[in-house]
Ligand binder design. Structure first.
Ligand code: AMP
Ligand code: ZN
Length: 112
């Protein structure tokens, strides 16, 4: 398997784990864009948000349950930003669906 995040799931590439369930893994982003920045992924390979369908979508609700739990455990009560980059135009660089959970700073909208 050539996928970077699948290798993080199987442990062949190390990561700093923040939270884990049977189906979801959260780990620190290697190049943080905020004081708090973790990546939340399904353990099974789904390439991008464009690949979500009726058969694989259940893990998406689990991902958002995990995001709420991580926010609660890490004092993000003032809010946070969740980002999914999808495809070339979306700026996706790792082709395993992932959600950026960022906090402890104020974010602009639509950029920054
Ligand atoms: P994206 O641009 O949305 O595809 O985001 C990919 C993210 O993965 C970037 O924020 C990278 O910093 C992060 N990343 C890449 N390699 C690693 C790694 N080995 N461990 C943790 N995060 C990584
Ligand atoms: Zn993968």
């Amino acid at each position: 398997m050539e996928c970077l995040f699948c290798k993080i799931v199987d442990g062949s590439i190390p990561s700093k784990k923040v939270f884990e369930t049977e189906n979801v893994l959260a780990f620190e982003d290697i190049d943080p864009q905020a004081p708090f920045h973790v990546i939340v992924i399904p353990k099974t390979h789904i390439a991008s948000a464009a690949e979500i369908n009726r058969q694989n979508s259940a893990v998406m609700s689990e991902i958002f349950e995990v995001i709420a739990k991580i926010a609660e455990e890490n004092q993000l009560q003032d809010g946070f930003r969740v980002v999914n980059n999808c495809g070339v135009d979306g700026g996706q660089t790792v082709e395993h669906i992932h959600f950026h959970l960022m906090g402890r700073r104020r974010f602009g909208w639509p950029a920054g």
